[in-house]
Write a protein that binds this ligand. Structure first.
Ligand code: AHG
Ligand code: MN
Ligand code: MN
Length: 340
């Protein structure tokens, strides 16, 4: 008798998965082999960052970098390093035209970088999400969304000032007790777990479908004093429901990647609403709101600003913020009834 069991799914690595997904898209003329190359480059990037995250405490990579990013937030050493890894690797892939990072005020236009060759994809990303959790060793992650450059464009900011519904792929990697990549290329959502010894992400969560209703709400309730009426009323409804309904449990990690990951698997609702202090909430539209909304919808859930589908928001600015409520279909619909 063996002492362990293999996952009950077929043994598929992320590399194999992306290759076959690439063929599927090619057959439908939706992609050429370039998306496969780009996704493989992202996979390597996530392994690199994962490696740094695991060692951070030992090689003095924790703590502040001593500068602020464009949002006026103090950067951590790992934010800066992860950003460098992403930019260098995505430029080197030869498949990118425009890169937008949370950590850089201006987009990178690859054609303008000396020696770089531009490709046809635009990647918007949060190199390290959950910075406030880094030094405590709590789950953090990398979030990305991918657009194809517009016909005839060699890469400009206009290529990324487009609604999330035009993205061709989105995903994240969570660095937690295990490293997990969750990815969608518009054909459902699949999750992979890194086997550190092999250096391979293995398909462990095929075809993720978010439960239609959950039992968990996830929100920074410390901001309640600033919340608007619909959010307060909704929270009251799930905390003090009429019998026989049971109150919801609260879970809030403070890393969007981790809170969304749990929401995808267990169901429930995650929110970072607009409030009296922040008229668009806190989360960034391009590289937090859109990729997560894309994954949630692909998994059968709903993502809304309270008044609009997140994926339909037309960005005006690469770093703009967006109010977000996402998760199980029934839970988000309940929330929406308070906005009517
Ligand atoms: P980042 O670390 O990339 O700046 O993102 C932090 C975000 C997100 O991960 C999380 O959901 C949210 O900030 C937490 O904010 P609060 O600390 O205000 O709850
Ligand atoms: Mn973030
Ligand atoms: Mn970040």
């Amino acid at each position: 008798m063996t002492e362990y069991e293999l996952p009950s799914t077929d043994l598929v690595t992320l590399t194999t998965f992306v290759l076959s997904e690439g063929f599927r898209l090619q057959e439908r003329n939706l992609a050429t082999g370039e998306l496969t190359l780009l996704l493989n480059s992202l996979q390597t990037t996530c392994k690199f960052i994962e490696n740094m995250v695991r060692k951070a405490r030992l090689i003095n990579l924790v703590g502040a970098a001593g500068n602020q990013n464009v949002q006026g937030e103090d950067q951590k050493k790992l934010d800066v390093l992860s950003n460098e890894i992403m930019v260098k690797s995505l430029v080197a892939s030869g498949q990118t035209a425009v890169l937008v990072s949370e950590e850089d005020e201006q987009p990178h236009i690859v054609a303008e970088i000396p020696g770089a060759s531009a490709g046809k994809y635009c990647v918007v990303f949060d190199p390290l999400d959950g910075s406030s959790n880094i030094d405590a060793g709590v789950n953090i992650g990398t979030i990305f969304g991918i657009y194809t450059v517009r016909e005839g464009s060699t890469g400009s900011i206009e290529d990324v000032l487009r609604p999330g519904n035009e993205m061709v792929a989105a995903g994240y990697c969570m660095y937690g007790s295990s490293a997990n990549i969750v990815l969608s290329t518009g054909n459902g959502v699949n999750g992979f777990t890194l086997d550190n010894a092999m250096g391979e992400f293995i398909l462990t969560h095929p075809n993720i479908e978010i439960p239609a209703r959950g039992k968990i709400y996830s929100i920074n309730e410390g901001n309640s004093a600033y919340y608007h009426e619909p959010v307060l009323k909704y929270l009251e409804s799930i905390k003090y429901p009429e019998a026989p309904k049971k109150p919801y449990s609260a879970r809030y990690i403070g890393s969007m990647v981790a809170d969304v990951h749990r929401t995808l698997l267990y169901g429930g609702i995650f929110a970072y609403p607009a409030d009296k202090k922040s008229k668009n909430g806190k989360l960034r539209l391009l590289y937090e709101g859109f990729p997560m909304a894309y994954l949630i919808e692909q998994a059968g859930g709903v993502a809304t600003t309270g008044t609009q589908r997140v994926l339909d928001v037309q960005p005006q600015n690469i770093h703009e913020r967006v109010p977000v409520f996402l998760g199980s279909k029934d839970d988000v619909h309940d929330l929406l009834s308070f906005f009517k």
